[in-house]
Design a protein around this ligand. Structure first.
Ligand SMILES: [Zn+2]
Length: 375
């Protein structure tokens, strides 16, 4: 399976300037190619190549490879929509391939720029080091919040699919990010605290930025600080989601079980997330946690079944009675029919597991075939 490896570059000031200048030229060239193609009614790689290749090389000073990539960027947009002529931001991504990018050991990448090749060191942790040999020499150079990253596509081998003997149900929530049918919970307290802390800091900065603007100053520094903060917060959440998903998949694999998750395309309809702001805040975090569970499961050969989330939190796992009042509070479930009482998330996880037992055939099949439509 294909994964993306993210390397953070640490260029010198000169190197950073060279990279930004190259990005600007690359994106200006892509915009130029798009405009020329659009005006001439030509939208394919070959026809645009004939139209502007030499002009792009001379006008923007790009290497042959990057000129081809710049045109490809325009063509990709046209493949989605031929009715609009795209314009690319000066700090949009550049796609490098092995002719313009190479790696020097485990610590530096050599990149083609308008000012010649630069050898830029990058940060490499144990995760990246273990996977770096898999980089095929194609990568996107992106600029986010004042930092350059190389996003490298790598091919990771998958474990042979396991023959699941049972299913582990996983309920995703806000207070508890994840609760398994085994009764293990992963608290969202840390994430919520982090979010509140950043929200307060963000408010302060935004107020200061507004004041600066009234004085006629351009609050560029503050905008950058805001952006950096948003990245840090996202990074924190990503780490938490990585750790939870890793543990969940390891636990399922270690017990020869598949994993059942609610089909999140329906999650917004659920009563727990009625406040729209809350839903927006948590929506992507859920989606990310599910994505992480799914790809880690696929890599580990653990089948995943997506189940219909309808009434998973209101239905009694013991007798099947469905009533909104069964769920007495965020945490407490108490059945009005049979009197069964337990933690609400655990009851939901049990319901998800039971639906998963129907969804996940208890034999070994590839993950993709398990994405059955909802019953
Ligand atoms: Zn009941």
């Amino acid at each position: 399976m294909k994964l993306t490896l993210q390397l953070r570059l640490v260029p010198t000031t000169d190197q950073a300037a060279a990279l930004r200048a190259t990005m600007a030229a690359f994106n200006a060239a892509a915009t130029y190619a798009a405009q020329a193609g659009f005006a001439a009614g030509l939208f394919g790689q070959i026809s645009i190549h004939h139209l502007v290749y030499y002009e792009i090389r001379t006008r923007f000073g790009l290497s042959s490879q990057l000129a081809v990539r710049a045109m490809a960027k325009a063509v990709e947009c046209f493949q989605r929509d031929k009715t609009v002529c795209p314009t690319f931001k000066p700090d949009g991504a550049i796609c490098y391939d092995q002719r313009v990018l190479s790696f020097h050991g485990l610590s530096a990448a050599s990149l083609w720029t308008l000012r010649g090749r630069v050898e830029v060191p990058f940060v490499c942790g144990p995760y990246q080091r273990a996977r770096q040999g898999r980089i095929k020499g194609q990568a996107d150079l992106v600029w986010r919040g004042g930092t350059f990253y190389l996003l490298c596509t790598i091919e990771m081998p998958e474990d042979p699919p396991l023959a699941p003997q049972d299913v582990m149900g996983v309920d995703l929530g806000v207070i508890n990010l994840a609760t398994t049918s085994d009764g293990t919970t992963y608290s969202g307290v840390g994430i919520e605290a982090c979010r509140t802390r950043y929200a307060k800091r963000r408010q302060r900065l935004q107020r200061a930025a507004a004041l600066a603007q009234m004085d006629g100053k351009r609050p560029k520094k503050m905008r950058q600080a805001l952006q950096r903060m948003a990245h840090k917060e996202a990074g924190f959440r990503r780490d938490v989601n990585h750790r939870i998903s890793k543990t969940l998949v390891a636990s399922a694999k270690g017990t020869q079980r598949g994993i059942a998750l609610e089909d999140l395309t329906h999650i917004r309809a659920r009563s727990r997330f009625r406040q729209p702001q809350r839903a927006r805040m948590t929506g992507w975090a859920f989606a990310q946690l599910r994505r992480f569970v799914e790809y880690k499961a696929q890599r580990a050969g653990v089948p995943v079944g997506l189940v219909n989330p309808r009434h998973t939190s209101q239905g009694c796992n013991r007798c099947g009675h469905v009533e909104r009042a069964n769920r007495q509070s965020q945490a407490r479930f108490s059945c009005h029919s049979c009197g069964y009482t337990t933690h609400a998330d655990l009851n939901a996880a049990h319901n998800i597991r039971d639906r998963g037992r129907v969804k996940v055939p208890l034999v070994a099949v590839p993950l993709r075939q398990l994405r059955l439509p909802l019953a």
